[in-house]
Write a protein that binds this ligand. Structure first.
Ligand code: COD
Ligand code: ATP
Length: 202
């Protein structure tokens, strides 16, 4: 038997609430393996997670019952935006380790990386291609606020930290419009087919 072919690494990004997770699931449905940066952060924040001890050292008030409290982090970030930088300095290298372990163990032909801050952190350099989700800003805002997990001010704060969506699109190889589920699914199928055709002809 020939050796396992190197998987195709596809970055999946977009602005907050534009549909990354929903689109990632569509890639899973087509047999791709997905690594989710936000989910990795959840694992790191759990009791026993690798971020708990280093965060406890610099932000002890963020720890509750042996885990990192996202509610407390959000309150602290709201009071002082610089806190987010401190968190990122600790969390981002741990996230990178988690991603490397996923690549080592994955067996699918196409690996999809759902990373909100793909361009902001330079993660796009490690990808073979990037797909960006997109929806109109008013729909984005409505969808995020409908989740009820963020205030309007918290949404604005996160939004201000992210690269403008037009720039993300300009730097991406593919765009997935997330106005409707059916429309998005068709675009995801096209991307997967294009990547597979490219692999066949390589
Ligand atoms: C700020 C926190 C507490 C908010 O938690 P909460 O559960 O309410 O939201 P969640 O984690 O689902 O994030 C919602 C969205 O906000 C955006 N976002 C999260 N962190 C950041 C950040 N550092 N900069 C810009 N946008 C961000 C992303 O689009 C993300 O998908 C949490 O996101 C966090 O601890 N962030 C720091 C770690 C980080 O940088 N994560 C980004 C992935 S590496
Ligand atoms: N193609 C689509 N058609 C209709 N609704 C969608 C579509 N994609 C996503 N949505 C809706 O938009 C909201 C945000 O989607 P999702 O959670 O996938 O976004 P996200 O980019 O992963 O968010 P975050 O940046 O917060 O992690 C959800 O309520 C979801 O149901």
């Amino acid at each position: 038997m020939s050796e396992k072919r190197r998987p195709f690494l596809l970055g999946l990004t977009g602005s907050i609430g534009m549909g990354k997770s929903t689109t990632a699931q569509m890639f899973v449905d087509l047999g791709c393996a997905v690594w989710d940066a936000d989910a990795a952060v959840h694992r790191l924040y759990h009791v026993g997670g690798a971020a708990v001890a280093p965060l406890a050292e610099v932000l002890p008030e963020a720890i509750e019952d042996g885990a990192v409290s996202r509610e407390r982090l959000k309150a602290m970030i709201s009071a002082d935006a610089a806190v987010l930088k401190t968190i990122e300095r600790i969390v981002h290298p741990l996230v990178a380790q988690d991603r490397a372990a996923f690549i080592q163990n994955a067996t699918a032909e196409i690996l999809v990386f759902d990373i909100p801050l793909l361009f902001e952190t330079g993660g796009d350099g490690a990808m073979d291609a990037v797909a960006c989700v997109k929806v109109a800003p008013d729909i984005q805002r409505a969808r995020v606020l409908a989740r009820g997990t963020m205030s309007e001010a918290q949404f604005e704060q996160i939004l201000a930290k992210q690269m403008p969506i037009a720039e993300k699109i300009a730097r991406s190889d593919y765009v997935v419009h997330t106005d409707t589920l059916d429309q998005a699914r068709v675009q995801v199928e096209k991307i997967v087919n294009t990547i597979k055709e490219g692999a066949d002809h390589a």
